[in-house]
Design a protein around this ligand. Structure first.
Ligand code: GDP
Ligand code: MG
Length: 171
């Protein structure tokens, strides 16, 4: 089994904890539970390899700078989450990527850009096209998901695992 840590990052309220909970425990919390820091495990097969994800659910900008940096340092893969119903969270996603590049001191990181809350189409503020352009600049994939309905949920983690495997194979 290939084991690795994936940090789930993004602004407060975008659904990081919900994504982690749905992916690892098939549970969607309806009530808002601000996170300090949490860990989840999930095993799944990706392209024929057994993968054990160790998810680091972060508190976004609320965390102390040093603490968040140390979580970033520990992770090999990254899922940056924004909320498709909140334009500002895509700006926050950009800052988060800058921080990862700074902490990791590299220009290339295994990363997936994830737009959560795709079930709330009537409140959309970010088009899929806008996110796709940003992801192209970043040389990564963008995906719209819903922690609530599970739409594209596993696909996002599978994509992240593929990026991590490429990174490990290229070392
Ligand atoms: P975090 O601060 O990024 O960890 O965000 P949470 O996971 O705590 O979610 C913040 C709020 O958004 C909660 O009220 C969730 O129920 C809600 N939420 C999270 N994901 C979704 C989703 O995919 N669809 C909808 N409709 N609400 C969501
Ligand atoms: Mg949280």
């Amino acid at each position: 089994t290939l084991e690795f840590k994936v940090a789930v990052l993004g602004a407060a309220g975008v659904g990081k904890s919900s994504l982690c909970l749905q992916f690892s425990r098939n549970r969607f919390p309806e009530n808002y539970e601000p996170t300090v820091e949490d860990y989840y495990r999930k095993q799944m097969a990706v392209d024929g390899d057994a993968i054990m994800f160790y998810l680091i659910d972060t508190a976004g900008q609320d965390a102390s700078v040093g603490n968040l940096n140390s979580l970033i340092q520990q992770a090999i893969g990254f899922i940056i989450v924004y909320d498709i119903t909140n334009r500002q969270t895509l700006q926050d996603a950009k800052q988060m990527r800058d921080r990862i590049l700074h902490v990791k001191d590299t220009s290339h990181i295994p990363l997936v850009l994830v737009g959560n809350k795709s079930d709330v189409e009537n409140k959309r503020e970010v088009t899929a096209e806008t996110a796709k352009k940003l992801a192209e600049e970043w040389n990564c994939q963008s995906l719209e998901v819903s922690a609530k309905t599970r739409e594209n949920l596993e696909t996002a983690f599978i994509e992240c695992a593929r990026k991590v495997k490429e990174e490990i194979n290229n070392r």
